[in-house]
Design a protein around this ligand. Sequence first.
Ligand code: IPM
Ligand code: MG
Length: 357
Amino acid sequence: MNFNIAVIPGDGIGPEIVEQTKYVLEKVGDVYGHKFQFTEVLAGGCAIDKMGEALPAETLEVCKKSDAVLLGAVGGYKWDNLPGNQRPEQALLGLRKGLGLYANLRPAILFDDLKDACPLKPEIIGDGLDICVVRELTGGIYFGEKGFKETELGKAAYDVEIYSEGEVERIARRAFEIARKRNKKVTSVDKANILESSRLWRSVVEKVAKEYPDVSLNHMYVDNASMQLVRNPKQFDVIVTSNMFGDILSDEASMITGSIGMLPSASLGEDNIGLYEPVHGSAPDIAGQDKANPIATILSAAMMLRYTFDLEEEADAVENAVKKVLSQNYRTEDIMSEGMILVGGKKMGELIREQIS
Ligand code: IPM
Ligand code: MG
């Protein structure tokens, strides 16, 4: 089969991790008889430098016409002092909104071979961790009204948290569907003791839950959820939450798996076009030194194979290749521990490709 993939290398370590991921997809294509056509486009800081804006219209157009989007990372020190609406991060928000990608899936899985990298005590993680954070991605405070006004205490700034029933319903449904294929448990995280938007969220989630009697649902306040994630993470299967809470909790969930350098993500909308990117950022401090771990991006490509292209076997092959290389003790710097073999990002990519046959 033929697939068109829009590729956004972006900034910092983005280009190097995306390059390795493209090679992995090409290997999958060779082995399983698919053709992946890559169209590279600019977004983020590099687009600001070359085209004057973080998300050029042409980039969004190419993405819309593609079957899927592969993204490295955007942002860096160089653009840190730009006004909020001109920062490289705006490219991400524009892509999410422009492509209607309201569901962000962030699996936090502890690989057996990386148990030592987990900062939690062995008795807390037991036989491993496998949590899926389902973050709402096109609503809430990220996209609510924002602005400034004068107050008695001087200039004030505001960002409005707002959710409609429809927005909550579709993300809740997505979470229940995912839970059905996993351990059939959804934890909805909100701040319903304080926020009106959370109370609406909770009532809609409860309504949707009635359609999924085989999946259990519990609610948790976000402060408690952040504590429970380190106290007893094994209680979680699928966590569904708002854009802002999901941003924060997915970083926390990723850290308890040892390295943010390992975690992929998928952003999906109503049709199957999806954007796939690592959870980590552009890491400008190590860019261009062949130190960056490409695994999160490679695993994001595996999610692309599974969710957008419906290629289960190929997705498994990529994930198994990663596991195999880890079991052979190869490590990039971010996941290095005593007695392991340190390799650069290129070598890591090459080792993973060799395992796909
Ligand atoms: C993420 C990032 C982004 C977000 C930033 C870079 C805009 O932190 O994808 O988690 O806040 O959504
Ligand atoms: Mg984040």
